[in-house]
Design a protein around this ligand. Structure first.
Ligand SMILES: Nc1nc2c(ncn2[C@@H]2O[C@H](COP(=O)(O)OP(=O)(O)O)[C@@H](O)[C@H]2O)c(=O)[nH]1
Ligand SMILES: [Mg+2]
Length: 332
């Protein structure tokens, strides 16, 4: 399974590719023993060059594009959201078709040039071959444009390793998610794109019992009630299912975040429902601001109080979930 980021190769538009190919064609210079032989060899070479430049580019685009089917399910979902896996497959398939068709045209015309006895026909056959290959490539321009656009969209892919046990932090805005990612991480968290939220997610790491864990927050995703979301946001959230080994849900009992506790409890229920099979730890943050008894773990992302204990609990839950996932994959 590919865990690397899904990247497409650089792709040229059909016009750019034709320009490149014709520039190469213009450099062709061959000689034969007679005028007719020179004309034949030159036309054959030109058709070959045009065809080779186009076919090798199209083949390269196709070969260098990672297969969607081998993607980790987290990235599979994200690629599907960002570009649509069916459209992506269709576009790559169109390139393959175009490359085959172009080779076929090239072969046919080279044969015809070779066979002709009529000197005047050589040049017109070459022109015909060029015309047919050019218009074939123009028919594929939509697919090339699609891939160029897809590459741009895929820049919003987060570079997260889905094989690393992952703690996903959820909760309303301003409850302390970002600060907690920072408090739990050994270094400074990285800032990443996540599709369909304009907000950046923080991504940190820590080591516990010689295992590396990653912690990620979810602004714009798991920070308001589920029924307020559109289809795409729901899909973006669903992708988290393949990433999260444990969810840490933050409550802010001080309500300095601006949301009533009752509302926060509703979101907690939503998230628990959405990620039913994934362990969930609910914690109360900002313990430094307010003393109170609670059956839940109390922490302060600001002072670091209880963070060590949370790291231990979350790591333990993440490991058992990771084992469960691995076992489920084996028995498949
Ligand atoms: N006193 C106190 N303030 C906190 C604590 N955690 C977060 N904050 C503050 O709450 C605000 C929102 O925190 P932030 O991490 O940005 O919340 P997010 O929107 O959930 O990511 C910031 O001003 C933080 O400094 C805490 O444990 N104690
Ligand atoms: Mg934040």
């Amino acid at each position: 399974m590919t865990t690397q980021m899904f990247r497409l190769p650089p792709v040229m538009t059909s016009d750019e590719l034709l320009d490149t190919a014709f520039r190469r064609v213009s450099k062709v210079s061959v000689r034969g023993r007679s005028k007719t032989e020179t004309a034949k060899r030159s036309s054959i070479k030109k058709i070959e060059v045009l065809n080779n430049v186009i076919v090798s580019a199209l083949t390269r685009y196709q070969k260098k594009s990672p297969s969607v089917d081998n993607l980790h399910p987290f990235y599979f979902e994200i690629v599907d959201i960002l570009v649509g896996r069916d459209d992506l497959k269709r576009s790559l398939g169109a390139l393959k078709w175009c490359a085959e068709k172009s080779s076929e045209i090239g072969r046919t015309y080279i044969k015809r040039v070779r066979r002709t006895k009529n000197h005047g026909e050589i040049e017109s056959l070459r022109k015909e071959a060029f015309g047919r290959i050019s218009s074939l490539l123009k028919q594929t321009s939509n697919s090339l444009d699609f891939l160029i656009d897809a590459k741009r969209r895929l820049r919003r892919m987060p570079s997260i390793d889905p094989e690393v046990p992952t703690i996903v932090i959820a909760g309303y805005p301003n409850v302390g998610k970002s600060l907690l990612v920072r408090a739990m991480s050994s270094g400074k968290p990285r800032v990443e794109n996540y599709p369909f939220t304009t907000k950046k997610v923080s991504l940190g790491h820590f080591d516990q019992d010689r295992t590396r864990f990653q912690v990620i927050d979810t602004p714009g995703l798991l920070d308001r009630e589920m029924d307020k979301r559109n289809v795409i946001e729901k899909q973006a959230i669903a992708a988290l299912r393949y990433l999260a080994h444990v969810i840490v849900f933050i409550l802010d009992a001080t309500e300095t975040c601006g949301y009533e506790v009752a509302k926060q409890e509703n979101l907690l229920r939503d998230v628990a429902e959405q990620f039913r099979d994934i362990p969930l730890v609910a914690v109360e943050n900002k313990s430094d601001l307010m003393k109170r008894d609670s059956p839940r773990m109390r922490i302060s992302a600001l002072t670091g109080d209880g963070v060590e204990e949370l790291r231990r609990v979350a790591a333990e839950a993440a490991i058992s979930r990771a084992l469960e996932v691995a076992r489920a994959q084996e028995s498949r």
